[in-house]
Design a protein around this ligand. Structure first.
Ligand SMILES: CC(C)(COP(=O)(O)OP(=O)(O)OC[C@H]1O[C@@H](n2cnc3c(N)ncnc32)[C@H](O)[C@@H]1OP(=O)(O)O)[C@@H](O)C(=O)NCCC(=O)NCCS
Length: 280
């Protein structure tokens, strides 16, 4: 499996397209040979494209994109053989411990967590278990989504419905003591991070996405995109604005494919952060 830069050659003629069962936001597309694009002239090339901006494409009877984002290519004729079949749905209460463990593993080495929770990976992991455990217990208005492959939780995202993303005084009174096991420096950094994010939280009615993570071994196979696709369909169905914070340009590009736009950039605890909105 190789990778092409996204939109390397935006004018590929599409020869054939099929909608993947259960995944309306992703298509398998057969594209014409890539001569003239600086890539070898394969006879046929299978591509997977991700929908960025929805539009009507009546020939396929479904809502498709008008801007192709090339995710991957293979020179044989097997489409997406490495893409696991996942189910994305609301988290069941008994899956919460697995979801918290996944988030703690998933965020351990991300820039904001390194800055806020210290240089030792194992300590960061332990602190994240405390942080996410407390977060889901206290912020109980959350409606998280999970991705399951063969019954195992492989991806998860928190979703805070309108009016629930900033803690109430009563929630803060529970949240802060629950974070004490993280240690004072981590607690202070986490409080600064949350305060900085809270200060720029949109005043408009919005749904707040995150924390989102996919198990490290399963990344780059479209699971994050499937979770985002499910989330964006929920936003569309309820005509809600989506909002998130993120800490790397790779992730900004991923969210842009789903219609999020950067509305602010700011250093938070020494790390560059992007604040993104998806208009309703
Ligand atoms: C961000 C994340 C959820 C994406 O999940 P995923 O299943 O790998 O996503 P997909 O396979 O659908 O898409 C991969 C795209 O995400 C981007 N991406 C961002 N961070 C990535 C990472 N750590 N590993 C792989 N891809 C990553 C890649 O650029 C890739 O784009 P490309 O196809 O143009 O190369 C996952 O990488 C993750 O859990 N990261 C750690 C936790 C995190 O940072 N969460 C987001 C906080 S805002």
């Amino acid at each position: 499996m190789g990778r092409l830069p996204r939109n390397a050659c935006p004018k590929f003629p599409v020869l054939q397209a099929e909608r993947r069962a259960g995944v309306p936001s992703r298509l398998n597309v057969v594209l014409a040979p890539l001569q003239g694009c600086g890539y070898p002239p394969w006879h046929r090339t299978w591509q997977s494209v991700l929908l960025t901006r929805e539009t009507r494409w009546p020939a396929f009877g479904t809502r498709l994109v008008d801007r192709l984002g090339v995710l991957s290519w293979e020179s044989d004729h097997v489409v997406n053989s490495e893409r696991p079949i996942v189910e994305v749905r609301a988290l069941h209460t008994d899956e919460l411990p697995a979801a918290i463990r996944l988030l703690a593993r998933g965020f351990r080495d991300e820039p904001l967590q390194v800055a806020s929770l210290g240089p030792d990976p194992e300590r960061r992991h332990q602190r994240l278990l405390v942080l996410f455990g407390a977060m889901f217990e206290v912020m109980n208005g959350q409606t998280p989504l999970v991705a399951l492959a063969g019954g195992t939780v492989v991806g998860v995202t928190g979703v805070a419905p309108p009016g629930t993303c900033q803690p109430t005084v009563a929630q803060l009174l529970k949240y802060v003591p629950a974070l004490v096991p993280m240690g004072l420096p981590s607690l202070v950094h986490t409080a600064r991070l949350n305060r900085s994010w809270g200060q720029v939280d949109p005043k408009e009615h919005h749904s707040h996405l995150g924390p989102l993570a996919v198990d490290a071994a399963m990344r780059g196979r479209g699971i994050g995109s499937q979770i985002l696709g499910h989330y964006c369909r929920q936003l569309d169905d309820t005509s809600l604005m989506g909002y998130l914070e993120t800490d790397s340009e790779d992730k900004v590009r991923l969210y842009e494919r789903f219609g999020f736009e950067v509305v602010r950039e700011q250093q938070v605890i020494g790390v560059r952060n992007w604040f993104m909105v998806r208009q309703s």
